[in-house]
Ligand binder design. Sequence first.
Ligand code: A2P
Length: 377
Amino acid sequence: MPVFYKPVPTSEHDDEESQNLTKSRSARIKTTLFYFVATIAVMYVAYLATRSIIRSVPKHGMHGRPGCHHRNLTTLPSHHILPSGDKIPSVALGVWQAGKGEVGAAVQTALKTGYRHIDGAWIYGNEEEVGKAISASGVPRDQLWLTSKLWNNFHAPEDIEPALDETLTRLNTEYLDLYLIHWPIAFKKGSNNVLDKELTANPYPTWQKLEELVDKGKIRNIGISNFNIARIKNLTANPLKHKPAVNQVELNYFNPQPELLKWSKENGLLLEAYSPLGSTKQVKEALSVPEVKEIAKKLDITPAQALISWHVQRGTIVLPKSVTPSRVQENFQVVTLPDDLFDKLEKAATSHPPQRVVNPSKNWGLDFDVFDENWPL
Ligand code: A2P
C-alpha cells in the first residue's frame, strides 16, 4: 500500500535517521538562505557603486550650478575654477556678430538648452536685447555667468565705471561675473582710431580701476582679451591686487596658438577661445577638415561638436557663436575625444602655418601689429 504520510518512528534507529534528515535539511535551507542574502547584498553594493560613479561624472554645461538639464556625454570639465573661487562654465554662447533682432532668440534658446554662460561685449551693440532675453528666461541671476568687455576708448580710469554702468543697465544686472579689457589697445576718449600711447604701453592705471570695481562689487572677476605673452608680462609685472582671471583670444583650427596655450597653463592663466569654429569667414573650411570629419564619423557626432569638444579637451573655455536654434543646441553637446583622435587633430591644427581670422590692426590704422610679440609703439 502506498504511504502517503511519513510514519511515526517506531524504533531508536528510525528516530536517529529522522533527526539527521531534519538537520541536513535545515543546513541546506541555511546555506541557500545565506547565498540568497549574499547575492542580494552584492547586487545592492554594485548598484550603489554604479550610481555613485554616474553621479560623480560632471554634467556638462551646468558647471556646478543648479537647474541644468543636459545630456551626460563627457568627463571633460564642465567648468573651471578661477582665482576668486568662482566656477566659470566651459561652454558659452558667444554673441559677437549676433545681430539685433536675432540675438535675443539665440540667448533664449541657449538658456533653454542649458547654457548658463553668455559671452558678450559693449562693442557688439546687442547688450540690451541680450539683457531682455535673460530677464524673460526666468533663469535666476545667480545661476548665470555674464561676461562683458571694456571697449578701447574707455580705458582712461575716469571713463571705466560709466562704461561698465551702461553695460550693467543694458544687461539689466547689478554685477558682471567677468569683465575683460577687450584689446590691449587704448584709444583717446571718443575716438576709434587715435591711439592713446601711454595707456596702451602701460595698462596698469586701467587695471587698477577695474580692481577697484571688483572691490566695489560691480564685477566678480577681471581679465584680459587679445593679449599676447609680452603684453601679459607687461601688465602682470605690476603689483596687482587681482590677477587676470582669463585671457580671451582667438583659438581655432587655423590659429590654435599652442605656445600661448602652453605658457598660459604653466602660468595658471585660463584661456577662452573666441571664433572657435573659425568664425563666419572660415567655419565651412573648419568643419571640412579631414581629421574633424573623421572624429565626427567615428564618434557619431557633428563636425562642430568635434571641434568644440577639442577646445574643451585642450583645457580652454569655448565660446561658439550661433543664432540658429538647432546649432545652438548642437554646440552644447561636448564629448570626450579618445586620445589618439584628439592627438591627431591637435597635430593637424598645429602643423600648418597659423592663420588668424581676426586682426583689426590695419582697420584701426595702427602702424604696428597688435599681436606682435615685440609690440613697438
Ligand atoms: P549661425 O550663427 O548663422 O548659426 P565661431 O563660433 O567660430 O565664431 O563661428 C560662428 C559661425 O559658425 C557663424 O557663421 C555660425 O552661423 C556658424 N556656426 C555655428 N555653429 C555651427 C554649427 N554647429 N554648424 C555649422 N555652422 C555653425
